[in-house]
Design a protein around this ligand. Structure first.
Ligand SMILES: [Zn+2]
Length: 507
């Protein structure tokens, strides 16, 4: 006999409740647009089955900038191999050494305006299935933990991994840390490395690109924070209760590939419902905060229509101390504070829309962002161009395509570099790009051109059908080069491999 774990029982219960709600809703003749919401939650419940589940308790102290955490992960071996070890990334440790930073040299002053400040994670105790486990912490900046299993884990087998740890947030304006206004608790907890056809993916936190790759999982997170702090997070706040001057936030997030949260005691908020998803803008700057809400809601509505319905109940756009510009996490995006102050050349809209498009390409359809960054960045950048066409018309679409993502930058490659000896391959690991500028021009720019040329040759109808299919087939999963080409081939009945290769590699 095998008992269902508590968490699985919870999702089954939610499932049963959702079925009843769906029937009631259909009976009422789809009153109040409830049907979309119920369809979405049923889809999430279905998607959450068979995924790893994380249960994390966090105590947040804004004085010491520390988190104290207890984490339980129900890990399922989804591969066909016996696993003797399990690996988890410890991303906070990428921020611990000044001489091994996650930034390029020229970015250090912007990232650390008050001087270098270390961030790290300290692991106190690890248990596997209730027993103290042996483990080794290693990697470039001690950014990976290897758990040694007592017996190996068979395909389909499960292990309960429990860890006690503390996280120190750095005073840093990059992704992880805190600035003058707020705390960015992102890539902060031990997250299972992906085990795929190439084995374990243990890449360090490279300075170029988004160095992340993860499987969708279920999260249940409770965060204890001082009562005046507002939390924007992945998932849905299930309850909030007061305890001795603190508030305990309980958050559920089924079928997401990461869990991020941002917090401040100065956030103002404004929300808007878009087809079953509550979009909330968290801001310090009123006028721009409202604009961002409109941009995000507009983009969500458009992408729902052309790519497929966003299944989550919440989406947060957060004014952040993030000097790089914008960053995507599931159900949550960060947009830099400076863009709210001074909306230069429409960047506030551009970045908000780009990060919103990532909810489909990275969030729902995942990929290895180190090896195949052109899939999520190329598709996302081109999706941003499409939004401008939809909202402002063809002329604007062309202008954005030419000046920002496509030909403008790409054609100037020779001018920037004064050489025709540049490797224009875009299908290569992010660390193989010489610098951010080349990465940007090639992965984002040439990546968008790949999709633009596909659209021109296939026609809108087939192109959008292929993107729809790609989304439908790979949401909550990870896709690679062969997967996306196969979908385009299948939908069109033609072979696009050569076309992809022409754009992906330097001929
Ligand atoms: Zn992006």
């Amino acid at each position: 006999m095998k008992f269902l774990s508590k968490k699985h029982r919870r999702y089954l219960l939610i499932g049963a409740a959702a079925v009843i709600l769906l029937l009631t809703c259909l009976f009422l003749g789809n009153a109040f647009g409830l049907k979309t919401r119920v369809d979405s939650s049923l889809k999430l419940i279905q998607a959450s089955r068979g995924l790893n589940s994380y249960d994390i308790d966090v105590e947040f102290d804004p004085e010491t900038k520390m988190l104290r955490c207890n984490q339980k992960v129900e890990y399922i071996n989804k591969s066909e191999d016996q696993l003797d070890h399990l690996y988890f990334h410890l991303y906070p440790n990428a921020y611990q050494y000044e001489n091994k930073p996650v930034f390029d040299k020229y970015e250090m002053l912007q990232a650390y305006p008050n001087g270098f400040s270390p961030g790290f994670i300290e692991i106190y105790d690890v248990r596997v299935d209730g027993r103290k486990a042996n483990y080794v912490i290693g990697g470039y900046t001690e950014n990976v933990i290897m758990l040694i299993l007592e017996g190996s884990l068979s395909p389909g087998g499960q292990a309960l991994i429990e860890m006690d740890y503390a996280v120190q947030l750095p005073n840093c304006l990059g992704r992880f840390g805190y600035g003058d206004n707020m705390f960015k608790v992102v890539n902060w907890y031990p997250i299972a490395s992906v085990y795929d056809e190439n084995g374990w993916n243990l890449d360090p936190y490279y300075s170029i690109g988004d160095p992340f790759y993860s499987d969708a999982a279920n999260y249940h997170v409770t965060i204890k924070a001082p009562a005046d702090y507002i939390i924007a997070s992945t998932g849905r706040v299930k309850s909030k209760r007061e305890e001795n001057g603190s508030v305990i936030w309980e958050v559920d997030a089924p079928a997401v590939r990461d869990f991020a949260w941002l917090t401040s005691n100065a956030f103002e908020t404004a929300s808007k419902m878009v087809e079953g998803t509550m979009v909330t803008s968290y801001f310090f700057t009123q006028e721009a905060g409202m604009k961002v809400l409109d941009y995000a809601a507009g983009a969500l509505e458009y992408y729902n229509k052309v790519f497929g319905k966003y299944p989550y109940a919440h989406f947060a756009v957060v004014e952040s101390d993030f000097f790089i510009g914008g960053m995507e996490y599931p159900n949550l995006i960060m947009v830099d504070h400076s863009l709210y102050q001074n909306d230069r050349h429409g960047y506030l809209e551009l970045i908000t829309v780009h990060e919103t498009a990532h909810q489909w390409w990275y969030g729902l359809v995942g990929n290895n962002q180190i090896q195949d960054a052109w899939i999520d960045e190329g598709l996302t950048e081109y999706s941003t161009v499409l939004y401008y066409g939809y909202k402002y018309g063809e002329e604007k679409e062309e202008e954005i395509y030419k000046s920002i993502v496509g030909e403008g930058k790409y054609k100037n490659l020779q001018v920037y570099y004064d050489s025709d000896d540049i490797d224009e391959t875009i299908h290569k690991p992010s660390y193989a790009f010489e610098n951010w500028m080349l990465y940007d021009i090639l992965v984002y720019g040439k990546g968008s051109m790949l999709f633009h040329s596909l659209r021109e040759q296939m026609g809108d109808k087939l192109f959008f059908t292929a993107l729809n299919e790609f989304f439908k087939e790979y949401q909550f999963r990870n896709a690679g080069k062969d997967d996306i080409i196969r979908v385009f081939n299948q939908v069109s009945g033609m072979d696009w491999e050569q076309h992809f290769n022409n754009w992906l590699y330097d001929e």
